[in-house]
Design a binder for this molecule. Structure first.
Ligand code: C5P
Length: 303
């Protein structure tokens, strides 16, 4: 049997909570965070080809060797002693440099897809280890749903799914640099946080008595200082009915948790008028992870 082509889909994430506990000797920061997969997906396809190539429908994204998808492919090839091959095509819906983990999710999808395409058959924990070398968020996308991330954010513990929370995402017309945000945060010498909140760890349910108001992101202080319109958007989300509103990761996405789809739609309309140039998108929390979504096998005639 010959594998003629495969596709994987990979979700975006938000951080329902993000605590920065301190600096690590390796230059990274010690985190305690709750990741949540959201219903916004990129797709990665692969077709047979003699060598490894990557094309992408997003003009702002480099398809050079530093692209995480190609780095994931080469890392899997090195680990398994295979030659890297395949024509990869990346179809982007997740905004870039937005704190939604798009690049990391793409890398997780590349590992899953090529592990199948090349029949290298690594187990999940090995893929996760390879993923962690590529980026701190990559292992989360192999688990998906609701999960706690500790260490650099790469030590993943699945949590009870929070349910299909309606989420309103706002992307300003610019992105942020994760490395720069962490650098600025470190220079603040803020006291370390105390880790993620107990309600998140015990499994939030919506609607319910859980207090989403306790959610926090320690990176907001520096990001809101540099980009005051992100804070204005956060405040506006609270004014138009969100139960909690937060920066996702290191930004630039700001999101709100809404009690229902109707209130979310009304809020979206009001924010579109107040924030021209922003992309405002209603979505929801999902249980999914990066996954193979279509398999195009054909049987070759035995020769
Ligand atoms: O791992 P990733 O490549 O996504 O991280 C981008 C940058 O963000 C890192 O180079 C580092 O500067 C910063 N970072 C950090 N601590 C983390 C995660 C990321 O300092 N836990």
């Amino acid at each position: 049997m010959t594998c003629s082509g495969l596709a994987a889909r990979c979700p975006a994430k938000v951080n329902l909570e993000l605590r920065v506990l301190g600096r690590r000797p390796d230059g990274y920061h010690e985190l305690d965070t709750v990741f949540q997969a959201v219903d916004l997906w990129d797709e990665l396809r692969v077709e047979p080809a003699g060598k490894l190539t990557l094309t992408c429908d997003h003009p702002g994204l480099s398809t050079d060797d530093d692209n995480l998808v190609l780095r994931a492919a080469r890392s899997l090839a090195r680990r398994t002693g295979r030659e890297a091959y395949g024509a990869l095509q990346l179809l982007k819906s997740i905004p870039v440099r937005a704190g939604l983990g798009g690049g990391s999710s793409n890398a997780a999808a590349a590992l899953l897809l090529l592990d199948r395409f090349w029949s290298t058959n690594l187990d999940r924990s090995e893929l996760s280890r390879l993923g962690a070398e590529l980026g701190a968020d990559v292992p989360f996308f192999l688990t998906g749903g609701t999960a706690r991330g500790q260490g650099r954010g790469d030590r993943i513990e699945p949590l009870a799914f929070v349910g299909e929370l309606p989420l309103l995402l706002g992307f300003p017309p610019h992105g942020t640099s994760t490395a720069e945000v962490f650098r600025r945060h470190a220079s603040r010498l803020t006291p370390p946080g105390n880790g993620v909140s107990v309600p998140l760890l015990s499994g939030l349910k919506w609607p319910g008595e859980n207090d989403f108001g306790v959610l926090a992101n320690d990176l907001e202080a520096v990001v809101f200082e540099d980009w005051p319109e992100l804070k204005r958007f956060r405040d506006a989300l609270l004014e138009v009915g969100s139960r909690a509103a937060l920066l996702s990761g290191s930004g630039s996405t700001v999101f709100g948790v809404f009690p229902g789809c109707e209130s979310l739609r009304t809020a979206a309309g009001r924010l579109e008028t107040r924030f021209p140039g922003w992309r405002i998108l209603g979505t929801r929390a999902v249980e999914g992870a990066a996954e193979i979504c279509s398999e195009g096998y054909h049987t070759s005639s035995d020769q």
